[in-house]
Write a new protein. Sequence first.
Length: 256
Amino acid sequence: MTTPQRHYVQAGTTRTSFLDVGDGEPVIFVHGMGWGAALERHAGGRRCLAPDLIGSGATAFAGEPGLDDLVDQIEALAERLDGPLDLVGYSLGGVVAAAAAARLGDRVRRLVVFGAWQYSDRPMRLLFSLWAHLAATDRRRFAELVLYNGASPGYLRGLDAATIELVLARYQSLLSPGSALQAAVDAQVDIRDQVGAIRAETLVIGLCQDRMVPPEYCRELAKAISAAEYREIDSGHLVMMENPTAILDAIENHLA
């Protein structure tokens, strides 16, 4: 794979950092826990763009963001592209991608979202409140919570103690200073009045053993999008770690 190039785009007061790699029809990957494997898989035949949402990477933002600020980032990046584009979103990135697809209308040809939802109800708000607190105060405990809630029990039981420590260390290293800001955005999600405007060919993927975003939330999102296809993959929320082949195949097949 060609080395991704880092560029920047301005959206209001937000200076968004994004990676740009490959040639061909453009697809914007809106992250949850990172896109390394997806960019490597798809950059051979497509132009792949992966922005850092507010709170991540080299993106600069002042204040406390709302969901609309993150959607503004995707709209600003889309404005740099000619013609139609595809969107792929994971977790909070799936929420952002869905809201961006609604805003961009016919410019978005195909949309794939997984581990995503349309409304943060009381149980989700409790979880994300705990996330925000631990992200700001105890990175180790936050990493443990993400791994416990994010991986399926069977997958966790298959990891030895040394591997678990390596995974926890990796998650702690990936946590950005803005992780608590993103958790606060998670808790505020409500795109129920927007998703009906999505015109893209949409695939919503639920993760059967997801304890962060249980699959019923994904099914509700799919039902709210006209003619959306829904399918499930056997994995916890951390599907890019637990079952990467299945999720990358599903993305590739829908974008083909």
